[in-house]
Design a protein around this ligand. Structure first.
Ligand SMILES: *[C@@H]1O[C@H](CO)[C@@H](O)[C@H](O)[C@H]1NC(C)=O
Ligand SMILES: *[C@@H]1O[C@H](CO)[C@@H](O)[C@H](O)[C@H]1NC(C)=O
Ligand SMILES: *[C@@H]1O[C@H](CO)[C@@H](O)[C@H](O)[C@H]1NC(C)=O
Ligand SMILES: *[C@@H]1O[C@H](CO)[C@@H](O)[C@H](O)[C@H]1NC(C)=O
Ligand SMILES: *[C@@H]1O[C@H](CO)[C@@H](O)[C@H](O)[C@H]1NC(C)=O
Ligand SMILES: *[C@@H]1O[C@H](CO)[C@@H](O)[C@H](O)[C@H]1NC(C)=O
Ligand SMILES: *[C@@H]1O[C@H](CO)[C@@H](O)[C@H](O)[C@H]1NC(C)=O
Ligand SMILES: *[C@@H]1O[C@H](CO)[C@@H](O)[C@H](O)[C@H]1NC(C)=O
Ligand SMILES: *[C@@H]1O[C@H](CO)[C@@H](O)[C@H](O)[C@H]1NC(C)=O
Ligand SMILES: *[C@@H]1O[C@H](CO)[C@@H](O)[C@H](O)[C@H]1NC(C)=O
Ligand SMILES: *[C@@H]1O[C@H](CO)[C@@H](O)[C@H](O)[C@H]1NC(C)=O
Ligand SMILES: *[C@@H]1O[C@H](CO)[C@@H](O)[C@H](O)[C@H]1NC(C)=O
Length: 685
């Protein structure tokens, strides 16, 4: 089946039924640059003189002083229910950020379930006392699958989770997760619909390639993601080109959405990792590899070795020591939201390696970002100083699957950081705390000068498991020894079995790329219920006081903002006893009885009804995903070959395919066949 699909594609007429609008995915090159004397493209700093982009500072600051104080009153009232008088805090409330992990569709849905449990707009969350937390939040950071949720929220004007995921019967169509990522029209991968869909995706990527910017596997991937998570795609137009399917929607356009203009939404940050250029790594990255972030304002890194940021609107521009080639050498529209989300979720280099060690001659497995940091003389220690391209990869490639690092940046001065962890560390696809441990370790060893420090954590993953702290919400850093406190508070929400003892549906595999509506609904409801329910030791009941306890920990740093500090209230002291990590008084997993660990499909009939080669068991799912990856890689390579044959050699935009013999297409039909056979053969072993 796959072979038939590939063969069909290898024929010339793959691109059908296009009317051009999906080509809005193409960046614009040779655009006028801003006046660099008044509007520099780069901000260069050091850990000692770190500062936020002025627009980030202004947005976050204005929201914190004007919108957020009212939201605190909306959430906790006058404070008396948690033993405080809110007006004694003098409107100096904590700065809060939420970090949403990677983990494919699992992470996107897990993050969605948690956010719905923290959102005042959800009645049951509001009633439980947890709803309201989201409204007092200043930042959201996300990577990979979590970035799909985050990008989706912003590109749809931050609707409720219910409307975002399921649609609202009007302008929001929902995520359409029952439509498979790889073969949206189902089993017959050579069907007209599947061909039309793929044709549109390729057409977008061709348009980008035609600008001279080298494309990669991340480009078709970005377009696939856009069909589900950005607006402009619905069930009716999925296979047509009556819409641009999210092409042309820029990450730097986030400030145009109405909810941003009313300062109702947190400031978003998407994280990606980088593979040192030329390293060819297909394994997990060393912690020293530079970690990048993409905000609506900037693209760059706070890591001490770089400490530089590029104007996001001009991302895609090659700079040499901070300067463009000339006044009209700038690139715009490179920061397509789909591409930002695809970059953060570019796990092909590891995935392909997993499938076949290394696919011969295949080096097109990373997101190619023209480097604005090339030859930046002030940054002699920057890992990719001598490369005109950056090789960005999945934000979890260094195994820090929860992007808390962005929130520990000193200039962001966070008081409270929420780690929403949908990692699949254990064989049952639940997290085991590794993401937090590695984030702590990277900060301690490499980022002391640029980042705040972590509060004390369990010593290792085994201790997360034996204390049950990977199966319930826990607060870290409740008892600082200094004022101002020496670390922010960390609130940990791990994906965990339903507290009521139901069969879990949220611990799905990362390669599951299709969900029935029923599965998604039970998934979100289970996560929502766990989020609002906290935990009550030795029972399967929710904690009726968890809302208050979450309010206690969220507001706690405000006590230190006044002089003298406000004492801890009795109610909050009780909460801290139950929810705070105390290294000298470890809890036990035995206080969490009756949790079921093994995934049980809530809709087995639904899955088989949907059919498709991706749904015939886990092996098939993996093979299907890898098959897709090889397919789109081959297409990208073909595109670049075509492009390079057609144009002069010494273009500023070249590198990726220079290893391939220019006189032949890099991937012929025979190669398709060989690669697929190898993958299949390996899978059957
Ligand atoms: C920070 O200091 C470096 C030199 O140490 C200087 O080049 C840079 O302009 C400064 N940046 C800011 C934002 O002050
Ligand atoms: C809360 O504090 C304010 C001023 O700090 C005071 O006016 C008010 O009476 C207090 N409210 C209660 C219920 O004590
Ligand atoms: C995307 O959704 C938002 C919110 O509904 C809407 O305002 C915006 O116009 C949509 N964008 C496009 C290009 O349709
Ligand atoms: C694309 O085609 C549809 C009908 O097939 C039409 O409604 C739409 O306006 C076209 N868009 C562009 C940009 O031509
Ligand atoms: C990466 O691959 C290229 C091309 O195959 C090779 O020239 C280079 O030496 C490799 N780098 C490392 C570190 O192996
Ligand atoms: C400006 O630089 C771009 C990119 O290097 C190049 O394509 C273009 O020809 C240059 N324009 C002028 C006027 O030199
Ligand atoms: C690096 O920048 C310096 C200073 O602008 C310049 O003299 C040098 O030619 C640049 N090196 C390269 C390789 O472009
Ligand atoms: C925790 O998860 C990591 C994968 O992220 C795994 O390598 C490690 O063995 C696990 N440890 C325990 C104790 O489960
Ligand atoms: C609130 O969340 C629950 C749990 O996911 C969901 O069933 C309900 O529809 C949501 N309510 C609204 C108004 O979004
Ligand atoms: C979530 O909690 C509500 C209220 O307790 C309950 O009615 C519902 O069945 C629960 N849903 C799931 C999927 O556990
Ligand atoms: C409250 O805030 C005002 C203005 O920021 C400040 O002057 C005052 O000292 C603060 N009061 C306390 C008790 O911190
Ligand atoms: C240890 O924690 C438990 C609750 O987790 C509490 O009941 C007990 O009093 C604590 N013991 C000490 C010595 O703090």
């Amino acid at each position: 089946m796959l072979l038939r699909f590939l063969s069909t594609l290898a024929l010339a007429g793959v691109v059908r039924a296009l009317n051009g609008s999906v080509t809005d995915y193409a960046p614009l090159v040779n655009q006028p640059c801003p006046d660099l004397t008044t509007d520099p493209l780069l901000r260069v700093f050091t850990p000692n003189n770190q500062s936020l982009h002025p627009r980030e500072e202004a947005y976050v600051g204005a929201r914190l002083t004007t919108v957020i104080p009212n939201e605190w009153y909306n959430w906790v009232g006058d404070g008396s229910s948690i033993g405080y008088n809110l007006s004694t805090f003098n409107n100096s409330f904590p700065k809060i950020g939420i970090a949403i992990s990677g983990g494919g569709h699992r992470a996107a849905q897990f993050g969605a379930g948690v956010l719905s449990g923290l959102d005042a707009r959800n009645a049951s969350a509001k009633a439980a006392g947890t709803g309201g937390f989201l409204q007092v939040t200043s930042y959201v950071s996300a990577l990979s699958g979590g970035s799909w949720l985050t990008g989706s929220l912003y590109m749809n004007d931050f609707p409720t989770i219910h409307d975002l995921v399921y649609g609202n019967g009007g302008n929001l169509a929902g995520w359409l997760l029952d439509i498979a990522f790889a073969t949206p029209d189902g089993d017959d991968i050579a069907s007209t619909n599947n061909q039309d869909w793929l044709g549109s995706i390729l057409w977008s990527v061709f348009a980008k390639g035609d600008t001279g910017i080298d494309t990669s596997l991340t480009d078709p991937w970005a377009r696939i993601i856009s069909y589900h998570f950005l607006n402009q795609t619905n069930r009716q137009n999925f296979f047509t080109n009556d819409s641009t399917h999210g092409a042309g929607q820029r990450w730097s356009d986030v400030p145009l959405i109405p909810s941003w203009q009313q300062q109702l939404v947190p400031f978003p940050i998407i994280e990606a990792n980088s593979r040192p250029v030329g390293s060819n790594l297909t394994t997990a990255l060393d912690p020293s590899a530079v970690v990048y972030e993409m905000t609506p304002m900037e693209f760059g890194s706070w890591d001490p070795g770089l400490s530089a940021m590029m104007n996001m609107s001009y991302a895609g521009t090659h700079l040499n020591n901070g300067q463009p080639d000339n006044d009209t050498a700038c690139t715009t529209y490179f920061d397509q939201t789909g591409f930002v989300l695809g970059t953060s979720a570019s796990l092909f280099n590891q995935l392909l390696d997993f499938a076949r060690n290394k696919i011969a001659g295949f080096d097109n497995d990373v997101a190619n970002w023209p480097s604005p940091f090339f030859n930046l003389t002030a940054k002699a220690n920057f890992q990719d100083l001598n490369s005109k391209w950056l090789e960005l990869v999945d934000g979890a490639s260094n195994q820090e699957n929860v992007p808390v690092g962005q929130l520990f940046v000193k200039a962001r001065s966070m008081d409270v950081i929420v780690a929403v962890d949908g990692s699949g560390d254990l064989p049952t696809s639940w997290p085991n705390g590794t993401a937090l441990l590695l984030a702590d370790s990277r900060i301690t060893t490499l980022l002391q000068s640029s980042h705040q420090t972590f509060p004390p954590l369990p010593g290792n993953a085994a201790e997360f498991i034996s204390t049950g702290m990977n199966m319930r919400p826990t607060f870290y850093g409740c008892f600082p020894t200094q004022n101002p406190p020496e670390y922010p508070i960390v609130i940990y929400f791990p994906n965990s079995p339903p507290l009521n003892g139901d069969n879990p549906v949220a611990n799905t595999g990362i390669f599951k790329l299709q969900y029935t509506p029923k599965h998604t609904q039970v998934f979100l409801d289970q996560v929502h219920n766990n989020t609002v329910g906290g935990f009550l030791p030795n029972t399967n009941d929710p904690d009726p006081d968890f809302g208050k306890c979450l309010q206690c920990i969220a507001i706690d740093r405000a006590r230190y903002h006044v002089n003298p500090p406000v004492p801890l209230s009795t109610i909050c002291a009780g909460c801290f006893q139950q929810y705070c990590f105390d290294p000298n008084n470890l809890t036990s997993v035995s206080a969490l009885p009756g949790r079921k660990l093994a995934f049980v499909d809530p809709d087995p009939q639904g899955i088989s009804a949907v059919t498709g080669f991706l749904s015939k068991g886990k092996l098939a799912i993996i093979l299907g995903f890898v098959g897709l990856a090889i397919l789109i890689a081959a297409i990208s390579a073909f595109l670049i070959w075509r492009k390079r044959r057609a144009r002069a050699r010494d273009n500023a935009y070249q590198k990726v395919m220079e290893l391939h013999d220019e006189s032949e297409p890099p991937f012929t039909r025979r190669m398709f066949r060989r690669n697929i056979d190898d993958v299949s053969g390996r899978g059957k072993e």
